[in-house]
Design a protein around this ligand. Structure first.
Ligand SMILES: Nc1ncnc2c1ncn2[C@@H]1O[C@H](COP(=O)(O)OP(=O)(O)OP(=O)(O)O)[C@@H](O)[C@H]1O
Length: 317
């Protein structure tokens, strides 16, 4: 998932878009490596969707370029370009008179894949997104809940195994519990580990959960581009610092791992967690254990929080 030395799959340079006298995206540049997830984050109206749509030519920039695998998109047929990129929009956009299976099969059919292969892939994806085909394949979109529709939208975007997927608030308009579940399913999808993903959200926790790197925008300009930890612990300016202020504690617990706090943990106490475990995950597990079988020995919540505080103090020093 990490950025590599290989040539980027997506390279945007100097992208600018104006509507009348309003510049909604201004001189934005970034690159996304193969298998990386870049999250476009920022307040409502800051230009995230406009930026995303410039990648698949739904919006044409006034200045700047987009290259996919080294080829400028301007020279490519928009329809052909888009078939190579999965795309999920906020409103899901399922075809209302097509069954779930037919919605998922849309792009593979356009690409001329064999019917048996399409059926197998559709079944596999529906299973993996917790929509058992025997119950859901024949349903129409209006016979699904909002969360189920969003899962179908995701399955449709992934059906032809595109190397790039663009997602615009794919979990928007869901209640918080469903949102968390869908996000978990999304993170666990094996194919997404190999896919280059650009995802738009205004939800900071979502961004931190899913991103390898975050591009934080305000009023069409890049405020900072970096890993979640970089934005949180080394904010480039006051806007970045303030943007995360309300959720700071939660984000810190999700970003720091056992390895980060290790120097401040009592060495005499057995620590059951692998080093890459986030503090959030460790605390959840310790809380669950404490409820079921209060233990006397081993790493406790108090020791972990103390190590966390000491780590934060050194980060801020
Ligand atoms: N077709 C258009 N014509 C005129 N103005 C537009 C058009 N599309 C977008 N805008 C304006 O551009 C700005 C950026 O819009 P955009 O949808 O990219 O923001 P966003 O960050 O995705 O917002 P949100 O999080 O609310 O979806 C907004 O002020 C919007 O009103």
């Amino acid at each position: 998932m990490a950025e590599s030395d290989a040539a980027p799959v997506i390279r945007a340079a100097g992208l600018t878009k104006r509507y009348g006298s309003h510049t909604v995206v201004q001189d934005v540049s970034f690159a996304v490596s193969a298998g990386e997830t870049l999250v476009l984050l920022g307040p409502s109206g800051c230009g995230k969707t406009t930026l995303l749509k410039m990648l698949n030519r739904l919006v044409e920039p006034d200045a700047g370029t987009v290259e996919i695998n080294g080829q400028e998109v301007r020279g490519q047929q928009p329809e052909v370009l888009r078939r190579g990129m999965g795309y999920v929009i906020q409103q899901v956009g399922l075809l209302p008179h097509y069954s779930v299976a037919d919605n998922v099969a849309t792009v593979p059919r356009l690409l001329g894949h064999a019917p048996a292969a399409i059926a197998a892939r559709t079944n596999e994806l529906l299973h993996r997104l917790h929509l058992p085909p025997e119950r859901f394949a024949a349903r129409l979109p209006h016979e699904l809940s909002g969360g189920q529709q969003q899962r179908v939208g995701l399955a449709r975007a992934l059906a032809a195994q595109p190397p790039i997927v663009l997602l615009d608030e794919p979990f928007g308009a869901l209640d918080p519990v469903t949102r968390v579940q869908i996000r978990r399913d999304f993170r666990e999808l094996e194919e997404l580990r190999r896919t280059t993903v650009v995802l738009v959200t205004h939800d900071v926790v979502e961004a931190f959960e899913l991103a390898d790197r975050i591009l934080l925008l305000d009023a069409g300009r890049v405020q900072q581009l970096g890993s979640p930890g970089e934005l949180l612990f080394r904010p480039a300016n006051e806007f970045v610092r303030r943007f995360f202020a309300a959720e700071r504690l939660q984000l810190q617990l999700r970003t720091l791992t056992l390895a980060d706090v290790q120097p401040f943990l009592p060495s005499s106490v057995p620590n059951p967690f692998p080093p890459h475990t986030t503090l959030q995950a460790a605390l959840e597990q310790l809380t669950a254990n404490a409820n079921h079988q209060p233990s006397k020995a081993g790493l406790g919540i108090g020791a972990l929080m103390q190590a966390f505080e000491q780590t934060i103090q050194t980060q801020q020093a």
